[in-house]
Design a protein. Sequence first.
Length: 134
Amino acid sequence: MKQILIDTNIYTHAMKGDPDTIFILQRAREIGISAVSIGELLSGFKGGNQESRNRAELEEFLDSPRVQIYGIDEDTAEFYADILNRLRKKGKPIPTNDIWIASVAMQHGLKVFSKDQHFKYVSGLILIPPAPLC
């Protein structure tokens, strides 16, 4: 497994020490995270009572040489528009932020690692299968 893009929930599971999540992350050469996921994390930190500690952990994670932050640009917006319209035609809406995450993955040819099952409705998106039981 070379390059993956993690969903917000994967970061959370990793920080909680989930062995299946860690198993997959350890095998990735590059771990991508979108600016959308970072925004979701920061929002959650602000709503909690350990914001400083959580921010410090996130900064340490983002400083890893294996971690790449992916932003949103005009090309990402094109993928977003295509994905959203296809989902509407299928009658399979998914959360807006997850459409952005899928858009980043498709734009950069990355596999998505998420615990959310609704990513399977995004045609052409490659998902990381669950880890074998450790």
